[in-house]
Structures are given as structure tokens and as C-alpha cells.
Ligand binder design. Structure first.
Ligand SMILES: [Zn+2]
Ligand SMILES: [Zn+2]
Length: 253
């Protein structure tokens, strides 16, 4: 299975990173719709597209307005946008207000609130609420061949027992890391994860591959977080990496 990293920053783009957007071309599934979504068109390989939104902060939804161009270049038979009811309503009311963006996008909005799980092709999706200003959801994707992906972003990070059980067995754990340990007090203030919190989550979850995502765009040295997390996980079976824009990650079967 392939994951394309279209945008790996939080908050705002910088010279190296667009904001959060990831694509699974074999399933036509997009994880969040940040500014990196402009890179999507040439990668679409299925007749349908499904976008899973963690929440509605702008760095995760601004790219929805780019769909007009993406779908002009690469039309699909069906586009669905999945997320919590209040977030989908805010997007339709505010982001697609005709004063902000005057052209409607042809999409089906699917509320997940009453759906503890749902399927997209051969992938079963489950989700879980996370601590973050306005709350966010983390997604767990299970394909019929046994491949498991977790996408946990915009959260202070949950290292409790229940979360560790929910996270277990991942081929790829994508988890935000926004601050090195020296700035951990900012992480709790802003609802984000810092290095040692993420390392504890990875220790308890034991994924095959942990990828740090949603990088702080004003952090001059994001590799410091990678070093801090890797140091704690040294000697374990988990491979640790820092997501990069336009990187293609292979995982699962
Ligand atoms: Zn964010
Ligand atoms: Zn957020």
C-alpha cells in the first residue's frame, strides 16, 4: 500500500511544506484537505474520492476549495467528504459561503457521528474523539488484507490504556508532533503533541512504522523532534521517520 504525503505542516505552509493532506491512491482516500491538496489531481487512480477530515481548522480544510481545479483536471464519479456533523456544517456555511468561495463543490457530505465504523471499498474505517481546541477525531483504517493505518493529528496525544489498545497493530502510525520537549508547555496550551508524549504513545502502541506529521512550520529544526522520539524508541522494533512533502511511504501488505 502507498501513502503520498501531499502536505505535512500544521498551521501554515512554509518553503518546504504545505499543510496537512495525505493520499492513498489505491483506495481513493484522502486524509485531511490542507493546502497540499493542490497536488492531488495527477495521483487520482480510482473513479471515486473520499476525504476523511480530522476537524475543520483551516490548515486541514483550506484545500477543499482547490477541488474545483483538481476535479476539472481529473473528474471523478463521486466525491464524499466525511467528518463530524458540526465541522461539516461549519465548512459548508463558512468556507463555502459565496463571499469566501463563490463556486459550489459537487460533494456528498457524510456525517460520522452516528457511524462508529463505515467502509470505503475494502477498507473499514473507525474513529475516535481526541483532545484539541474544538475537538478532533483520529481515524483507524483496516483493509481486508490485514493492513492497518492510524491517522492521529491535532491532539495533545492520548497515552492511556484504552488508546494504546485502540492504536495497537498498526503497520503505519501517523501521529502529529508539533513541539520538541523544550516547548512542551506550548503543546498542552495549543492542543498539540510534543516529543516525549509521542514517544510514550509509540511505546504503548508498538507500530511497525511511526511517522511524525503536522510539523510546526516555524520550527527551524523539525529533525530535533525526530531525534528526541527516536532516542526513546531505540532498540524497539518501530521504525521512526519525519514526514516530508511529496514523499511516498510504502506500508502494510
Ligand atoms: Zn492542524
Ligand atoms: Zn487543529
Amino acid at each position: 500500500m502507498q501513502l503520498h504525503c501531499l502536505g505535512t505542516a500544521g498551521y501554515h505552509p512554509n518553503e518546504d511544506r504545505h499543510t496537512s493532506c495525505y493520499f492513498l491512491p489505491e483506495s481513493g482516500i484522502v486524509l485531511d484537505a490542507g493546502t497540499g491538496l493542490f497536488r492531488l489531481a495527477e495521483l487520482i487512480a480510482t473513479p471515486t474520492l473520499d476525504i476523511l477530515l480530522s476537524h475543520a481548522h483551516l490548515d486541514h480544510v483550506a484545500g477543499l476549495t482547490f477541488l474545483l481545479d483538481v476535479l476539472y483536471r481529473r473528474p471523478v464519479d463521486r466525491l464524499r467528504i466525511w467528518g463530524e456533523k458540526d465541522k461539516l456544517a461549519a465548512i459548508q456555511r463558512h468556507l463555502f459561503s459565496d463571499l469566501l468561495f463563490p463556486v459550489p463543490i459537487q460533494a456528498e457530505y457524510r456525517e460520522i457521528d452516528a457511524l462508529p465504523e463505515f467502509t470505503i471499498g475494502d477498507c473499514t474505517i473507525r474513529w475516535r474523539r481526541q483532545q484539541h481546541p474544538g475537538m478532533s477525531v483520529g481515524y483507524r483504517l483496516d483493509w481486508d488484507d490485514g493492513t492497518r493505518l492510524l491517522y492521529l493529528t491535532d491532539t495533545t496525544g492520548d497515552d492511556g490504556v484504552e488508546a494504546m489498545e485502540w492504536n495497537a497493530g498498526a503497520d503505519l502510525l501517523m501521529h502529529e508532533c508539533y513541539f520538541p520537549d523544550a516547548s512542551s508547555e506550548w503543546a498542552t496550551k495549543t492542543g498539540h503533541t510534543w516529543s516525549s508524549r509521542l514517544a510514550r504513545i509509540a511505546q504503548g502502541s508498538a507500530p511497525k512504522h511511526l511517522m511524525l506529521t503536522h510539523v510546526n512550520p516555524i520550527d527551524a529544526e523539525p529533525e530535533l523532534m525526530l531525534r528526541e522520539v527516536s532516542e526513546t524508541l531505540r532498540g524497539r522494533q518501530t521504525r521512526v521517520s519525519l514526514a516530508a512533502d511529496r514523499e511516498v511511504v510504502e506500508f502494510g501488505r
